[in-house]
Ligand binder design. Structure first.
Ligand code: NAP
Length: 435
């Protein structure tokens, strides 16, 4: 039986760059399938860009350099924001939500800084705000956390959520090349932007960690709450040493719920860390992303795939768009932001971590006892120790058991001041182990 054709759902796309161009293509090419899935025609009403004179694969009459004029149209029901950055997207999205339009965005920077304000506006106006593409591109992770796991308790989310840095670290591990050489290669291959700061210093991953921690732990976490270190200091020697401990080095975004002296807290942090080669994230190489979720009843789940790129990211945007459009056809709504748990975010000092410390030490009797004494004095116990070389080249590598990050970093500072330690050459955290 044929259903009566519903009133069309009008869509405005703001931005027609890498992602926007693919969304416009899919909307045009797959119009019939989208209509069947939504239950009404999904009609592109217009596309906002900065420069309307650039040649583009879209009917020129749909282009405008005035995004607000598209939002204001009565025949626009869903606004898809693919401009990027905080402004003008924040103002445009708020305006769309306040005028009763649902919004789909891929904007991690905006969601990591202003999710509260935007979600409140969506709730007030009883419309949808979806942002699956803001974390890990094509990989479904927001919807599994907010819907599939809505009846479970998430303990931990750990992921490789930045393809540029994962490409660089994978290449360094495979070829033994220097960070700067691999960064230059990543630029040539289109994996790194002209200004790679947001990627290599961990800002991009920190924005995603804030979004993941907020939804996983039903609390509001912003990018400013996320402890962050980048990969610029990682050397081929670090990767080589990691391998000797059956580990590799990955830039991880880690969101964790933990008990801090009887108080439940959360931690959100981004740093390069050693992980055991048998950990599922260790075999995620190149520009791929992966997210591992550990929850009370479901156990460990892993999501893997393309974390960026026009078409993969557009696939996630289209999933959100179909949901938002369907909700309008059937007068439904997606889940609201959930912040009831309101857990405090612990500073990195209070978070239990494990350290890997490589140092050059004097090769003379009594040095090991002196070093061991510093670890003991700070309440940090040693899990493994390995000595390499002799004489002036004597190198000592220590891996610790879990202790507060403050105790670990104070131990490193104390080691640096010992006359038997020539130099602490590398300090990294160790993740993905149970002890
Ligand atoms: P992009 O290639 O730089 O495209 C941005 C688009 O926005 C361009 O079409 C630009 O117009 C338009 N624009 C800029 N300022 C505007 C303004 N004031 N008014 C109207 N239009 C304006 O960006 P993208 O890579 O597609 O990324 C879009 C969003 O997706 C960002 O939030 C990004 O973080 C997110 N995202 C991207 C990826 C990815 O792989 N690229 C992955 C995940 C998430 P012109 O074309 O005229 O310059």
């Amino acid at each position: 039986m044929n259903h009566p054709v519903e009133k069309p759902i009008g869509v405005a796309v703001l931005g027609m760059g890498n992602v926007g161009a693919e969304v416009v293509r899919i909307l045009t090419e797959d119009a019939d399938d989208l209509q069947a899935r939504v239950g009404a025609p999904v009609v592109l009403r217009g596309v906002a860009v900065r420069d309307t004179s650039k040649p583009r694969d879209v009917d020129a009459s749909l282009l405008t350099d005035d995004p607000q004029s598209l939002i204001d149209r009565d025949d626009v029901d869903v606004v898809v924001e693919l401009i990027g950055g905080i402004e003008p997207p924040r103002t445009l999205i708020l305006s769309a939500l306040e005028s009763g339009k649902s919004v789909v965005t891929a904007n991690k920077a905006l969601m990591a800084a202003h999710a509260g304000e935007l979600s409140d506006a969506a709730a007030r106006n009883r419309v949808d705000l979806y942002f699956e593409a803001a974390v890990a591109g094509a990989i479904p992770v927001i919807r599994p956390l907010t819907q599939s796991l809505a009846g479970d308790s998430v303990n931990r989310v750990a992921g490789i959520v930045n393809g540029t840095t994962n490409f660089i670290l994978s290449e360094m591990a495979e070829t033994g090349a220097d960070y700067s050489d691999v960064l230059a290669e990543a630029g040539r291959l289109g994996y790194a932007e002209a200004d790679p700061t947001a990627d290599v210093e961990g800002y991009d991953a920190a924005a995603k960690a804030a979004i993941l921690a907020s939804i996983a732990f039903h609390s509001r976490v912003t990018a400013d709450d996320v402890y962050r270190e980048g990969i610029t200091k990682i050397t081929p020697e670090d990767l080589d040493a990691a391998r000797k401990f059956d580990c590799t080095v990955k830039l991880l975004a880690i969101c964790e719920r933990f008990d801090d002296g009887g108080v439940e807290k959360i931690s959100a942090r981004v740093y390069p860390a050693l992980i055991p080669l048998e950990h599922p994230l260790a075999s995620v190489n190149g520009a791929y992303n992966a997210v591992v979720v550990e929850s009370e009843n479901a156990g460990r789940l892993m999501f893997y795939g393309a974390g960026a790129g026009g078409a993969p990211t557009a696939a996630a945007v289209m999933g959100d768009l179909v949901m938002a459009a369907r909700n309008r056809v059937f007068s439904g709504r997606g889940p609201l932001e959930s912040t009831y748990a309101d857990l405090p975010v612990a500073p990195i000092d209070d978070v239990p971590t494990r350290y890997y410390i490589a140092m050059q030490v004097q090769d003379r009797p009594g040095v090991l006892q002196q070093l061991a004494g510093e670890f003991a004095r700070h309440g940090v116990s040693i899990s493994a120790m390995r000595q390499e070389g002799a004489g002036d080249d004597a190198k000592l590598i220590v891996v610790t058991h879990r202790a507060s990050d403050r105790a670990q970093s104070e131990t490193v500072a104390a080691l640096e001041s010992l006359d038997s330690v020539v130099k602490v050459s590398s300090v990294l955290r160790l993740e993905g182990t149970d002890d």
